[in-house]
Design a protein around this ligand. Structure first.
Ligand code: SAM
Length: 288
């Protein structure tokens, strides 16, 4: 039945779906690409997929065609609702549409009862990183996999390793919760209208509970201080957070076996985690 739908371009024309730049609208009308994204999320049969910002519904169609047990789309722009309703009408009750701001929707609650939740999206550039940080810090971590398209520069920052110029706070936070894999790049020319930059798809899979680092707030503060002055040595850049936590910086770095003359890009993700853990332990010791 899904094959009976008009093409995406026809749908866009039929409902007059011009792109609204303020909502980061750049559409993927080539179903070869949306099918490729959906394939990364397989197997989907026993999953409930949350798709953020479906727009005219290209990725939505691909997820349903790939056999997703259920798909819930969250779209802020009501102009897309008729096009999404057309898909729902031929999807055997597998498509649920929520009109709203995905930053405010409690996905875990909306998809409660699902045995496995995956997130898939071609994210709006302006709020993509914020959404990712929300999902990384979700408690409980309700999702089993996320297949997400970002602007390429953000994707590179998520998967970067130490020594890479893209390595920074986002890599440390994301890789403390998930394995992060670059899947493939999508040139700007594949979108309608084309954005100014290329995009890339990243696959995030949560680490097991015992490997996951839970206090992202503290890790975020430390990485912010370190990478906020990324050319400086840690003995300088961490001075103010050491003071904030009541720590002697030399003792702190030594306890974590970190060289004070290192720069933040020299540290592994686990080094930042050691710094955070030590500071949290000393919070507890000094608590009344
Ligand atoms: N998924 C579609 C595609 O690939 O063609 C559209 C992708 S477009 C880059 C981003 C979509 O997210 C738009 O449809 C936009 O209206 C929607 N959007 C932007 N901000 C949103 C938000 N806060 N919550 C839900 N949807 C949002």
């Amino acid at each position: 039945m899904l094959d009976k739908l008009p093409s995406l371009s026809e749908t866009v024309q039929k409902y007059g779906l011009g792109a609204n730049k303020k909502l980061g609208q750049h559409f993927l009308l080539d179903m070869n690409i949306t099918d490729k994204i959906a394939r990364l999320a397989r197997p989907l049969e026993d999953c409930h997929v949350a798709e953020i910002g479906p727009g005219p519904g290209g990725l939505t169609r691909s997820l349903l065609k790939s056999g997703a047990g259920a798909v819930t789309v969250i779209e802020m722009d009501e102009r897309f609702l008729p096009a999404l309703k057309d898909i729902a009408d031929v999807s055997d009750g597998r498509l649920n549409i929520i009109k709203g701001d995905a930053l405010k929707v409690d996905i875990n609650r909306e998809l409660s009862g699902a045995s496995s939740i995956k997130i898939a999206a071609n994210l709006p550039y302006n709020v993509g990183t914020k959404m990712l940080l929300n999902w990384l810090t979700a408690d409980p971590l309700f999702w089993d996999q996320a297949v997400l398209m970002f602007q390429k520069e953000v994707a590179l920052r998520i998967v970067a390793a130490p020594g890479d110029p893209n390595y920074g706070r986002l890599a440390v936070l994301a890789q403390s919760v998930c394995t992060c894999q670059m899947a493939f790049e999508v040139p700007a020319s594949c979108f309608s209208p084309p954005p100014k930059v290329d995009s890339a798809v990243v696959v995030l899979t949560p680490l097991s509970m015992d490997q996951r680092f839970s206090n992202l707030k503290r890790l975020g503060e430390i990485t912010q201080a370190a990478f906020g002055q990324r050319r400086k040595m840690l003995r300088k850049s961490l001075k103010s957070v050491a003071g904030k936590y009541g720590l002697d910086l030399t003792v702190w770095l030594e306890a974590c076996e970190i060289n004070p003359t290192d720069r933040p890009e020299d540290l592994a993700v686990t080094d930042f985690q050691s710094l955070a853990l030590y500071s949290l332990a000393s919070d507890r010791q000094s608590a009344p």
